[in-house]
Design a protein around this ligand. Structure first.
Ligand SMILES: Cc1ncc(COP(=O)(O)O)c(C=O)c1O
Length: 343
């Protein structure tokens, strides 16, 4: 077992209530591929939250969920516009391009947040049939830099995209952290702002594994997603074990409890490191990630105590992440380790 790590929320263990839900689901036989009571219950929870007309599909992982979801909205000559820092652009190994034959078009941004002014030049259509036709805008909540779109910002982006005939997809690998930080529900920060498709993350918020794709425009999904998910190798035969986790996550606002805790731990860490000479915090700390620049020997010394990644080698900029299981004692020990490493 490793020390508490600050590398990623993927490194967290499974939350006890989620593990218990898996154990409880492990009774007797159940029909495969989602024709089971756990899947019906979990789908009902998503519909209760996002609206009865939400079309919900569970998937194994975030890359697969993003790719099969987006594949329903683009034809091979159409493209997805994404901030250049988006996970689908930088960390999914071209899966979208391979699976769909379409392109992700990376758009440079100031800080990882896509704004209308960033998008505009890509919608002028000057090259006609020679340019892949933009069809979807995708943004991440939280962003890859741990930031959050304010409600107004995302609403404006959705309105603009819709005005240009584009759909909006949110990669919500950390949608719960964003909602917790904004003091809002996942619905209030997606569907109600105009988002068309949401990948709702579970793995980074206490689950053993699982993501849920929510379509708020069933006309995009009903004829396509069942087949895209199967062809995209994201259809679980033993669906009950993914569904049982989401059933438990959405019950009793656990999604909120886990995410709020992770966010609070990031704030505690921020308070513990922000005044350390040699540590420069580089991004707004809104959810469960902190980015900082330190000198390389100090990074190496801190990494001896607790593992974390250098996010951008060129600066070097590190990323520290917290999660549902990070404790106050972990944070205090880590902040002390960073302080000692920087002395
Ligand atoms: C923004 C974002 N989207 C999606 C994912 C999901 O990736 P995976 O395919 O590893 O589950 C991640 C994981 O790091 C992520 O940070």
């Amino acid at each position: 077992m490793m020390n508490r790590s600050f590398a990623s929320d993927n490194n967290a263990p499974v939350a006890p209530e989620i593990l218990q839900a898996i154990l409880d689901a492990n009774a007797g036989d159940a029909l495969g591929y989602g024709d089971d009571d756990w899947t019906r219950r979990a789908v009902a929870r998503f519909k209760a939250h996002f609206g009865e007309d939400t079309d919900v599909y569970f998937a194994f992982n975030g890359t697969g969920a993003n790719v099969v979801a987006l594949s329903c909205a683009v034809r091979p000559w159409e493209a997805v516009l994404a901030p250049a820092t988006a996970h689908i652009q930088t960390d999914e190994c071209g899966a979208f391009e391979r699976f769909t034959g379409s392109k992700v078009i990376p758009i440079p941004t100031r800080d990882g947040k896509l704004r209308i002014a960033d998008l505009e030049p890509y919608l002028l259509g000057g090259h006609g049939e020679h340019f892949p036709q933009p069809r979807v805008v995708t943004v991440s909540m939280t962003t890859e830099y741990g930031d959050i779109y304010e409600k107004d910002e995302l609403r404006e982006l959705c309105d603009y995209a819709h005005g240009k005939g584009l759909y909006v997809h949110v990669d919500g690998a950390r949608i719960s952290n964003a909602a917790a930080a904004l003091g809002a529900t996942p619905r209030e920060i997606t569907r109600e702002l105009g988002v068309d498709i949401l990948t709702f993350g579970g793995t980074k918020n206490g689950l053993m594994g699982g993501e849920a794709v929510c379509f708020f425009r069933p006309e995009l999904s009903a004829h396509a997603m069942p087949f895209a998910r199967k062809q995209g190798m994201q259809l679980a035969s033993k669906m009950r074990y993914i569904a049982a986790q989401f059933d438990a996550l959405l019950a009793e606002d656990r999604w909120l409890r886990y995410a709020s805790h992770a966010n609070a731990m990031a704030q505690r860490l921020l308070a513990g490191v922000r005044d350390i000479p040699g540590v420069r915090i580089t991004r707004p700390v809104r959810a469960n990630a902190i980015f900082a620049i330190m000198d390389r020997p100090a990074i190496a010394r801190a990494q001896e105590a607790f593992f974390f990644f250098i996010f951008d080698e060129s600066k070097p900029e590190v990323r520290w992440m917290t999660h549902w299981a990070t404790t106050e004692a972990d944070i205090d020990a880590f902040a002390a380790a960073v302080r000692a490493a920087s002395a």
